[in-house]
Write a protein that binds this ligand. Structure first.
Ligand code: UD1
Length: 369
């Protein structure tokens, strides 16, 4: 049996690595890894292959950046001959990035079964490109692997047959468990000049937060206020970097804030080390909401919604919106020890890839391969 796995953007790598590793143990299985090239900077891609111990991709599509239409179309055109040539039993896609939907669409139209890792998440906000990607990918997937029970309910409401939906837990947490011992050896704190437990960690990259100068400015004001109380390490995503570089006054605001440490994007192990030892994390990332919940670190999500409600209902995450008048008091509360306590959601146990691999293999066996 043959599986074709797809990675493209930074949040894909930690979801795919554990599944590849698990399936590699089965001698009946052959695997092909395709990198779409949606993310291409070494700090957005190569470092994750090293940190996660992933094999080099068998095919690289070199899609690169562009408008949504350009990027999605380029990936579709480039991946079609690869799927035809490899003729896999199942194409496995993960998450909600443009690469996920582009490859799922091509596979479905070629009549190849699609399996979606991290299915069923919904923000109910159609302005998010990821929401479009999630809903459409789920609709054309034959196997839907969900990280939490709320995702199962969302899929049921959309009329997706429950027999195709498998609650397997959060596979990204498999990567986290596997990497923690090595992350503990990271020297990133010394390199950045911060002490464990005595800094906050911030990331911003959602188009709704960084593409509009006024929106980005509000969040920089909030980060600057927090950084007056505690050093804030702020690794800058390329999207955010290009907005700052294109706006000298915003850039000056960011660079002038006392205690705000602007740094390049950080690799998986170092970022995990920074997250695990932060007093507080402020982010608009989906994955970081989950990682903080798994690690028991307080997280303030600077968004008005989340497709990962279990991190709020069960975990350490709080939705604080984007107004400094809300964000800063919430941060102060955490720093003063009034942060939220949480627990780890069901099946975020480091064994999701085992469950996914078992179901993938069984689905091939049932189809007589
Ligand atoms: C993408 C995903 C988003 C995910 C994020 C994680 C979509 C629609 N969005 O957003 O869900 O949370 O990745 O990082 O798929 N760029 C570089 N180097 C790179 C990649 C991008 O400089 O290696 C710059 C380019 O200027 C590019 C911009 O970043 O135009 C945005 O990249 P893109 O892949 O379009 O979306 P992200 O914002 O990274």
């Amino acid at each position: 049996m043959k599986f074709l796995h797809v990675v493209g953007a930074r949040p894909n790598f930690m979801k795919v690595a554990p599944v590849l590793a698990q399936l590699r143990k089965d001698p009946r299985v052959r695997q092909v890894l395709v990198h779409t090239g949606q993310h291409y900077d070494p700090k957005m891609s190569d470092v994750f292959f090293q940190d996660l111990g992933m094999p080099a991709p068998d095919a690289h599509l070199g899609a690169g950046s562009g408008s949504h239409a350009q990027q999605t179309a380029k990936i579709m055109v480039e991946v079609e001959p690869v799927i035809l040539r490899e003729n896999p039993d199942v194409v496995v896609v993960a998450g909600d990035v443009n690469s996920t939907l582009a490859v799922a669409l091509v596979a479905a139209k070629l009549g190849v079964a699609v399996a979606h890792i991290e299915a069923g998440l919904r923000s109910w906000d159609w302005r998010m490109p990821e929401e479009v990607n999630r809903v459409l990918t789920d609709r054309i997937s034959e196997l839907l692997f969900t990280p939490s029970r709320d995702a199962d309910e969302n899929l049921a409401k959309e009329g997706i047959d429950r027999g195709r939906v498998h609650f397997v837990g959060n596979v990204m947490i498999d990567s986290l468990h596997a990497a923690l011992p090595r992350a503990r050896e990271s020297r990133v704190h010394e390199q950045l000049g911060v002490r464990k437990g005595e800094y906050a960690l911030a990331t911003l990259h959602r188009p709704s937060n960084v593409d509009e100068p006024a929106a980005l400015e509000r969040l920089l004001v909030a980060l600057a206020e927090v950084s007056g109380r505690i050093p804030v390490v702020f690794p800058i995503h390329p999207r955010t970097r290009s907005r700052l570089d294109g706006d000298p006054s915003l850039r000056a605001k960011a660079e002038g804030a006392r205690g705000l440490r602007l740094v390049e994007p950080i690799g998986y192990l170092d970022f995990l080390a920074l997250t695990a030892n932060a007093r507080l994390v402020m982010t608009d990332s989906g994955g970081i909401q989950e990682e903080t919940t798994a690690l028991g670190v307080p997280c303030l999500t600077v968004r008005h919604n989340t497709e990962r409600p279990v991190t709020v209902e069960v975990g350490t995450n709080t939705l604080v919106g984007t107004d400094p008048a809300q964000v800063v008091p919430a941060a102060v509360a955490v720093l003063e020890g009034r942060g939220k306590k949480g627990r780890v959601p069901d099946l975020w146990d480091g064994r999701a890839a085992e469950r996914i691999a078992r179901i993938l293999v069984r689905s091939c066996e049932e189809r007589g391969r």
